[in-house]
Design a binder for this molecule. Sequence first.
Ligand code: XMP
Length: 514
Amino acid sequence: MDKELVVVIDFGGQYNQLVARRVRECSVYCEIYSYKTDLEKIRAMKPKGIILTGGPSSCYEEGAASCSPKLFELGIPVLGLCYGAQLMSYMLGGRVARADVREYGKTEVDVDTSSALFEGVTSHTVCWMSHFDYIAQMAPGFRAVARTANCPVAAAECVEKNLYAIQFHPEVLHTVEGSRMLYNFVRGICGCGGDWRMDSFVEESVASIRKKVGNGRVLCALSGGVDSSVAAVLLSKAVGEQLTCVFVDHGLLRKNEGDEVEAVFGPQGNYKLNFIRVNAQERFYGKLAGVSEPEQKRKIIGEEFIRVFEEEAKKIGAVDFLVQGTIYPDVVESGLGGESAVIKSHHNVGGLPDYVDFKEIIEPLRNLFKDEVRKVGLELGIPEHLVFRQPFPGPGLGIRIIGEVTAEKVRIVQDADAIYREEIAKAGLDRSINQYFAALTNMRSVGVMGDERTYDYAVALRAVNTVDFMTAEAAEIPWEVLKKVTSRIINEVGGVNRVLYDVSSKPPGTIEFE
Ligand code: XMP
């Protein structure tokens, strides 16, 4: 069966992945390709629609990012966004000019609701603008269907040729009715029925994995994180005990996490697979003794992880397939729009394939965004605490302990973190804060407890809100919650006499506290 496809052509805009995610939210599958992609290749994919993203260029400048003018003659509906809108207008005979001032931020816009693009949208709404250049004169055959105080052509259309241009960013949440506009394009104008659903994804993936693997043996490095868990369960559904999952407990996981992973995937769990847990705590602590430099700690943990995995893989012998939890953003970021065949090696298991005897890699989540991976996880019946797990770095608590890592410090940070997470959940904040955890500073200071002088560690609490984890703001946790967490940590966790809250944003801080 031919799947419906919308192609997103990437001109280097910062919201390219967001465009694709919003389209997928309309139950329409889409893929991102570089603007350099050959038109024939795009035509051969038989897309039902094409979206041109924003980008940093000015279309009238020499060497600006561009596309073949024939793109507009394929008879396929095209929607240009921001730079894409300008480029479309410019290439089809309109004029694009530079404004004196940049139009930036939330802007009121009047839209013509008789345009198919704005069906069901309120005539006066709010959009997100971010541009210097503007469409000074529309291309022949176009009519303006939206305007703002400073922008006479905030959107234009040429219905006859199925071409649409929007100067603002419907993909950004600040454009209040932006999702509806994209829905109107892909479901209305392009006529997509909406066949991209996670239940059918599971069914189709299981069938295709089964076909590919045949009687082969499959090996998976399971971290307990969302991606590797979902990948493992998909494989288990497809090939059952032909799958072996190796879970390395490096002793740097959160409190009880090793046991939680084992409860789900181990012999007492619900899945058919071979589960091997390697308790390598002592090995890792031994290697980390006396090391306090953060990069060196990361390197040691990464290398030791490979050693341990390699030893287990040797015991298993040659396998046919190795599972990797690569997801679509990894593919896109590895080269504009999945053009490049080189895939960024998985963050947490860097370099693994070199050390393991296998024939082929399987990446069942390669086309999914993170929110889609979570939906697949729920579809597969994976417990919610795993599906909605926050990001957790591969080197684990090793990089949440400043200075030397010891078993004692791991115990302190695990206990403090468990209390923090429990209280955040009790306060109902666990789904609204994007990432939060306790870290252990390397600072000891004087305190009093009862009548006694103490000389103990300070625990640092971190909580951030972020969209992309590239920039982040400290979350404003209610004072009551912070006070409760603080008193519980000091009372219940031996070796701690102070709790600090980190209000730094990223940049200049980072999210992790290493
Ligand atoms: P930073 O500290 O760089 O973190 O602001 C950004 C995001 O990346 C996560 N992070 C990692 N994730 N392996 C991972 O899988 C790692 O080595 C790693 N280091 C940082 C961090 O938790 C945050 O979400």
